[in-house]
Design a protein around this ligand. Structure first.
Ligand code: HEM
Length: 369
């Protein structure tokens, strides 16, 4: 059996309940949100630990804020990881399940790593203030665990793209590797391409922090100036590094895909470059441009997510595999139910989010409340 036929045979015989473009679009969108939150977690824990160790009045304050925000952001990153997981399982099931089965142990280790990272982050957050010189270890451990979880995820993503190697990973010297202990594919350039933006996005987050709390008279205004300026500086340096990493990843992808000519990749690259240039331009007044920078960065992450999907299509196209050929078994009931609950969920959470936003900023008047 050739590889194309094997991949087709691995698809769900029931087909998918709606056209693949919907799942693909939602996958790209939700992956962008997932990786953005992952970025805030990695950058946030890093800053929390760094300033905890370094000390200083402002540094300690920032460490406390980042430790607190990272616990919430980690929950959101995990929840937002479930969404692309559902979509990738629907349209790329032959790839996702095979990659997971070949490295099943690592899928289990992933869960343990995230749990330990989460617990350790809480210990760091809750204990660090009473013990200024201790508990930094727990923060560092949480950071290592979160990055390790990312390494495992990236391995799964990479293993999916190499079906021509699956057999050689599964059968070694004539014996079946049923333990699932193998860690077979990993690309450092690709991984760093998703991790270095942690420092761009946490820097922009700091700019937004300064902008958000400025109307509050109970906040130290000097601290807000410091946090905005430190944020833009960090984001700017990280964005420059990201451009270099972007080229590294590009040159590590097989040249035959002509990825460098692909319009989606080019748009993604231009957006990344734009973030860097914009950060250089706004560094004198980071707070004023915090919201537009947040939007530009979000769009750039979306571009990165779309480019990642185009690359996947390039890899799998070699085996004449396309999700657009997935048999569709239209099921209007489940599709409408899904979309309606999705939209209703957004509407329902919009009110409390607006309320909390205004309350935290101190812009909610008594009459309004
Ligand atoms: C907090 C720890 C986590 C980190 C640091 C992390 C990091 C990453 C990274 C770096 C990627 C991109 C991999 C690549 O394309 O090379 C990724 C993809 C992904 N992650 Fe996470 N992740 C975390 C938790 C989770 C959780 C808990 C879930 C599921 C519940 C999840 C679901 C996914 C999915 C579905 C993908 C895309 C897979 C694909 O499209 O092939 N992640 N993650």
């Amino acid at each position: 059996m050739d590889l194309h036929s094997a991949l087709i045979a691995l698809r769900d015989p029931m087909g998918i309940p709606f056209f693949p473009w919907l799942f693909q679009g939602l996958m790209v969108l939700t992956f962008a949100l997932h990786i953005l939150l992952v970025n805030l977690v990695v950058g946030g824990i890093f800053l929390a630990v760094y300033h905890h160790v370094k000390g200083g009045e402002y540094g300690r304050k920032l460490s406390k804020t980042m430790a607190c925000c990272s616990t919430v952001n980690l929950s959101l990153a995990i929840v937002l990881g479930v969404a692309p997981l559902l979509f990738v399982q629907v349209i790329y099931d032959p790839f996702w399940y095979t990659a997971n089965a070949i490295s099943a142990w690592w899928a289990m280790v992933f869960l343990l790593v995230i749990t330990l990272g989460f617990l350790s982050l809480y210990v760091f957050y809750l204990k660090r203030e009473k013990h200024p010189s201790g508990f930094g270890f727990f923060g560092l451990f949480a950071l290592v665990m979160v990055v390790f979880a990312g390494v495992i995820m990236s391995m799964f993503a990479m293993q999916q793209l190499l079906p021509e190697k699956w057999l050689s990973w599964y059968v070694v010297k004539g014996s079946l590797q049923t333990l699932g202990g193998g860690f077979h594919a990993f690309s450092l350039g690709r991984f760093l391409h998703f991790m270095v933006p942690a420092f761009v996005n946490i820097g922009i987050y700091m700019m937004l922090y300064a902008w958000y709390f400025r109307p509050r008279t109970d906040f130290d205004q000097g601290y807000l100036d410091w946090i905005g300026k430190s944020g833009v500086r960090l984001a700017k340096i990280a964005a420059m590094i990201q451009v270099v990493i972007g080229f590294w990843w590009l040159f590590s992808t097989p040249i035959k895909f002509g990825f460098y000519r692909n319009p989606v990749f080019l748009i993604g690259a231009v957006l990344g470059f734009l973030v860097m240039v914009a950060l250089i331009m706004v560094q004198k007044d980071p707070e004023r441009y915090a919201v537009p920078m947040g939007i530009v960065s979000l769009v750039a992450v979306l571009g990165m997510s779309a480019a990642r999907e185009v690359l996947r299509m390039g890899y799998l196209g070699q085996f004449d595999y396309s999700i657009y050929q997935y048999p569709v078994n239209l099921d209007w009931g489940s599709t409408v139910l899904f979309l309606v609950t999705f939209v209703m969920g957004l509407v329902v959470i919009a009110y409390p989010i607006t309320l909390v936003f205004k309350l935290g900023r101190g812009t909610l008047s008594v009459e309004e409340g």
